[in-house]
Design a protein. Structure first.
Lengths: 120, 698
């Protein structure tokens, strides 16, 4: 089973993602409430894929993405963005994010995105 | 989000988290409003909060909240990135608070299961107008229009056809293959222009020259164009069709890919003629990105202000259930360890085990209780908002001082005291604190002060609201009470304190001019009712011209108390141990009977009234002589009473249960706080000492 790490400061979003994936063969191995914790958890848990919020306290998603990429260039990170964040998304793509999804998103689309990123 | 995922816990979490964020944001605004400008951390924080609310509400499909949050986010984006000068921060605060109020109302609707159907368009227009005002003073803002969604055409980069050739490669002309790729993305995947940018970014390493339609991927419209017409890419490369295909097909959210090889370079040269742009770096760094780099130090500030969260949120219903279960367990524990079957048996090992069980039960209970305890901070902080609104409306200048807000109270109780507190604060500002000019003529500081203090006192928490206003008008209160027929004590015997406490009587309201804030038909009696509902009390004191003090006394918790079980005839009663001063077997010589047949107990030179429990509750008992029974001396509010009972049974933690409804409905029994179940399965009535003392003195 593929392992997913959720990095999002909103507990609501973490729960949404968890709920969306409950019927799929994806194991959520961790939830981080900010970028700094996310990076730490990535290093410890080595997930197959990460969903990364962009606007977060402590360390934002872009910085966390860069840190994760520096630690593991093969890391697969999906940015979770919202309308109005085009600039940040672009920066994330340059920094090595695999792809991004735009809130609000649907379950099937989200799952397909993960599959595609994982190559399954 | 798909319907099936909008389940209850998620909605709860959405409501909980959003409300928390809104409260946090209100505090930030109020704290910053005082200074002429918002601190940059505050702007960051507010931006983040609005962003989170926007995202969450979008997931829940509460579109009106999303749009409003979006426009507020935009506003703070401008403030953060541009730091425009001459912003009217007071107007900004008003606007944003109004917006928060709107969201709060919508969330309340959602919580009540109603449709969140409020119309925020007026607010959004005001926000836009404000947005444009600050934008008008700042040229740089044009870059940010994309966030606002209104693109001023003249500020956009000219609609030239760009394509990028890396300098080194462009000099070598031995490129073999040209391809044309047309990609379309999944419907509604969003930000198609950036998905296209991602494709270009992936290919950058493999291709020597490329050109794409639409040309400008930064442009707002490009997302729509790509969504409708697809994204077309012309590339020149050394790599084979298969290799390029392999890269392109990996594109995430790809719906369709067409890749064809150009016959020769004709296609490309055609395009080349339009305009060639040589750049050192193949990818233009977007303006927003460049700003970001410059703003790096600011990011550090965010890090400092953030709080790490190691807290989970649990629904109160679950906690209530847990509390109930622990309560049942306390009873069950008593039923086992004090089982009548065990009477007279020598059970050393059982006793040992029972002791251990009792210890763990009590620890478990303490832990569960502590989980339910929440600091008053949130409730207190909320008053800042009340204060701000009132002052603005009434043109008064008042500051709020908070003391002891870390004091913890049971969650259920907190919910009951928020409204009374708000009412009292409103009253203080409306009726207590004078207008600034009037204060100055009276030699008081212009700025009025309201102090909100919380502290522990035994099993209770005291909340004290103190203001330095004009104080209660004794004569007016008296006159009003007389007029309404509320006076029960002869006027010449009444103490000042008793006069002040008349204001809590139902039907009392001194202010003829009912204002918007206080005295909305409901008076202090409602405050009293709310406080009494959680077993608390209220008292007022005042010094004319100096101010008023209102003290709320609320119990720490409602659910489990330490009690002393006593026996009268066949009945059992429980007295909260916090109220008991002492108990003793009296001597007849200490009992005094006055001419009215009132019995008193003389203890260390002090005289206290005696209350025969069997008398007031009409219980048959053989113990009617004081020397056969026991006296329990109880105290509350500095008033002491001696309760006469048959015997003490023992001390025990008891779970407070409300009296059954059919009893409450048929008769109001004075002096009973509730009932509980004892270890042997019998029911014990919990005495309400305050009520008994009141009954005795009445």
């Amino acid at each position: 089973m593929k392992k997913l790490l959720i990095v999002d400061d909103a507990a609501f979003m973490r729960m949404s993602i968890r709920n969306m994936l409950q019927n799929y063969e994806i194991e959520i191995i961790g939830e981080a409430a900010n970028g700094a914790i996310g990076v730490e958890m990535y290093q410890k848990l080595r997930p197959d894929v990460v969903t990364m919020d962009i606007t977060m306290p402590e360390m934002n998603g872009i910085e966390a993405l860069k840190a994760i990429k520096a630690f593991d260039p093969q890391a697969k990170v999906i940015m979770v963005s919202a309308m109005g964040q085009e600039g940040m998304v672009k920066e994330a793509i340059i920094s090595g994010a695999k792809t991004f999804i735009v809130k609000p998103f649907k379950e099937e689309f989200f799952y397909q995105t993960i599959c595609k990123v994982l190559g399954i | 989000m798909s319907e099936q995922y909008v389940n209850e816990p998620m909605l709860d979490l959405f409501i909980f988290e959003s409300m928390q964020l809104i409260e946090q944001m209100e505090l930030l605004i109020i704290a910053n409003e005082k200074s002429t400008t918002y601190a940059s951390e505050a702007i960051n924080e507010i931006f983040r909060i609005m962003h989170t609310i926007k995202g969450s509400s979008a997931m829940m499909l509460f579109n009106n909240i999303t749009t409003l949050a979006h426009s507020m986010e935009d506003l703070f984006f401008v403030l953060r990135e541009d730091k425009p000068p001459n912003v009217d921060y007071s107007e900004l605060s008003d606007l944003v608070l109004e917006g928060l109020d709107f969201i709060k109302v919508e969330i309340h609707k959602i919580r009540n299961g109603d449709e969140a159907d409020g119309d925020a368009s007026e607010l959004i227009t005001s926000l836009r107008v404000f947005h444009n005002t600050i934008k008008g003073q700042d040229v740089k803002t044009s870059d940010l229009n994309s966030a606002q969604g209104t693109v001023a055409p003249e500020t956009r980069p000219q609609e030239k056809q760009h394509y990028y050739i890396s300098k080194v490669r462009s000099e070598t002309t031995s490129l073999r293959n040209t391809f044309q790729a047309t990609l379309s993305f999944e419907q509604d995947c969003g930000m198609e222009n950036l998905r296209a940018f991602g494709v270009v970014n992936e290919l950058r390493e493999l291709v020597e020259e490329y050109y794409h339609i639409p040309e400008d991927l930064d442009h707002e419209d490009s997302a729509r164009v790509i969504a409708e017409q697809g994204f077309t890419l012309f590339i020149k490369t050394d790599h084979s069709l298969e290799e390029i295909h392999r890269v392109l097909i990996q594109t995430i959210s790809l719906r369709d890919l067409q890749l064809i090889q150009g016959e020769n370079s004709e296609l490309f040269n055609d395009l080349k003629e339009r305009e060639i742009l040589l750049e050192d770096s193949p990818v233009k760094v977007p303006t927003a990105f460049r700003d970001k780099v410059v703003n790096e130090p600011e990011e550090k500030e965010i890090q400092a202000s953030a709080i790490q969260q190691s807290i989970i949120s649990v629904s109160v219903a679950k906690l209530d259930q847990l509390m109930d279960l622990v309560g049942e367990m306390v009873i069950a524990e008593a039923m086992v360890t004090q089982n009548p079957d065990l009477k007279g048996l020598e059970l050393n090992n059982f006793e040992k085990a029972a002791r251990q069980l009792r210890k763990i039960t009590s620890e478990l209970q303490d832990t569960v209780m502590s989980v339910r305890m929440v600091p008053l901070t949130g409730t207190f902080q909320k008053m800042n908002r009340t204060l701000r609104d009132m002052c603005k409306k009434l043109n008064k200048e008042v500051q709020l001082q908070l003391i002891g807000q870390e004091t913890e109270v049971d969650k259920n109780i907190i919910e009951h005291i928020s409204d009374p507190l708000m009412h009292l604060i409103r009253n203080s500002i409306d009726h207590g604190i004078e207008m600034p000019s009037e204060r100055e003529t009276r030699g008081k500081p212009r700025l009025g002060t309201i102090t909100l203090e919380a502290k522990n006192a035994g099993g209770d928490v005291l909340i004290i609201i103190r203001d330095d206003g004009e104080g209660f008008n004794k004569d007016r209160i008296l006159a009003k009470a007389r007029e309404k027929g509320l006076l029960q004590v002869p006027e010449d015997e009444i103490t000042d304190k008793e006069i002040y406490n008349l204001v809590f009587l139902p039907g009392f309201s001194t202010n003829e001019n009912v204002t918007e804030f206080s005295g909305r038909g409901v008076g202090m009696d409602v405050v009293l009712k709310n406080i009494e509902a959680v077993g608390g009390g209220i008292a007022a004191d005042s010094v004319p011209g100096k101010g008023t003090i209102i003290t709320l006394k609320i119990p720490l918790t409602l659910a489990i108390i330490d009690g002393m079980n006593i026996k009268v005839g066949d009945s059992r009663y429980t007295i909260p141990t916090t109220a008991i001063k002492e108990s003793f077997r009296p001597k007849m010589t200490e009992v005094i009977v006055d001419p009215d047949n009132n019995e008193m107990m003389m203890v260390r030179g002090q005289c206290y009234p005696i209350l025969r429990l069997h008398d007031i509750y009409h219980v048959q008992t053989d113990v009617i002589h004081f020397t056969d029974g026991i006296i329990i001396m109880v105290e509350q509010d500095n008033k002491t009473l001696c309760i006469f009972a048959d015997e003490l049974i023992g001390q025990q933690q008891v779970v407070v249960k409300a009296l059954p409804e059919y009893i409450r409905n048929t008769k109001k029994v004075k002096g009973l706080a509730g009932c509980t179940l004892l270890g042997d399965g019998s029911i014990s009535l919990i005495l309400d000492i305050g009520g008994l003392i009141f009954r005795q003195s009445a």
